[in-house]
Design a binder for this molecule. Structure first.
Ligand SMILES: Cc1cc2nc3c(=O)[nH]c(=O)nc-3n(C[C@H](O)[C@H](O)[C@H](O)COP(=O)(O)OP(=O)(O)OC[C@H]3O[C@@H](n4cnc5c(N)ncnc54)[C@H](O)[C@@H]3O)c2cc1C
Ligand code: FES
Length: 252
């Protein structure tokens, strides 16, 4: 259940260009967080909360890690917080990645782009703990933006892609189709054009997409986050119904 909680900042570090890793402590959120869920964070000086995915959880230390790219006022201000300060958070928010109906012999592919990579790390750790075979393709703009490569490699075979070829493979995540060994289900998170390309490329596979598009109220009231659907219901709200959807459920 989502709750309003205070989280203490345990550490804050720049881990790649314009990319910040923040570790926050709170017993309730760390105990209840599931992969694909996010924190809706109140940032000082900003009226609206900012949604940021849960990238990792340490239940023993009661910590939750978020990774964010500085793109505007809210993320810039959040990057200026220091250890020991607290943030007001609504969480764990949203419907996470479904894990049901996976069989132990199934191979899972994680496909992440940029700020879509963080929730897939928490998912990958969880799948690995449960004994699944995990592969990952993670894409970034260029070498300077790459993060968590080593961590993903500890989970399973990982391909790093950069748009400009300055690190790893050159191109887009979907260009790596030939290099990916067989898999049964994919989970993907990243910008909408990437999710569209992923859906088109893997039409014959069972897939789940997580959307990180702009949100407004975050509680289903403003319609800022709607996404068209294919199931006759016209649209869904990312904040209330998502952020994770079955690939065939949404129209991109
Ligand atoms: C469920 C969910 C999970 C998310 N998880 C993460 C995460 O783990 N890490 C992370 O870095 N970001 C994540 N995001 C995106 C993050 O919420 C936005 O980057 C952040 O709210 C921007 O706030 P800002 O005040 O810095 O930017 P603003 O000042 O509000 O905007 C600056 C510029 O960025 C554009 N912009 C704002 N939000 C977005 C967006 N979501 N997508 C594309 N362009 C945008 C604006 O139109 C504007 O041009 C997530 C979003 C959602 C909905
Ligand atoms: S953000 Fe307001 S309805 Fe989803």
């Amino acid at each position: 259940m989502i709750k309003k909680e205070t989280m203490k900042i345990i550490s804050i570090n720049v881990i790649a260009k314009e990319t910040v890793e923040m570790v926050l402590q709170n017993e309730y959120i760390s105990e209840n967080a599931a992969p694909g869920q996010f924190l809706h964070i109140s940032v000082s000086g900003c009226t609206l909360r900012r949604p940021l995915s849960i990238a990792a959880v340490n239940r023993t230390a009661m910590t939750v890690t978020i990774l964010f790219k500085i793109i505007g006022k809210g993320t810039k201000r959040l990057s200026e917080y220091v250890e020991g300060e607290t943030v007001d958070v609504l969480g764990p928010a949203g419907n996470g990645f479904p894990l049901k109906n996976l069989s132990k012999k199934d191979k899972v592919l994680l496909i992440g782009g940029g700020i879509g990579v963080p929730p897939l790390y928490f998912l990958g750790c969880t799948l690995k703990e449960l004994g699944y075979d995990v592969q990952a393709v993670i894409g970034f703009q260029s070498k300077d933006f790459v993060f968590y490569e080593e961590r993903f490699k500890k989970l399973g075979e990982t391909i790093v892609v950069t748009n400009d070829g300055s690190y790893g493979e050159k191109g887009f995540v979907t260009d790596m189709v030939d290099k990916i060994t067989s898999f049964d289900r994919y989970y993907s998170c990243g910008p909408a054009p990437m999710l569209k390309a992923v859906t088109n490329t893997f039409q014959d596979k069972e897939g789940y997409l997580s959307f990180e598009e702009r949100m407004g109220c975050g509680i289903g009231a403003c319609y800022a986050c709607i996404i068209p659907t294919n199931d006759g219901s016209n649209y869904k709200k990312i904040c209330q119904d998502g952020p994770v959807f079955r690939a065939e459920e949404v129209s991109l």
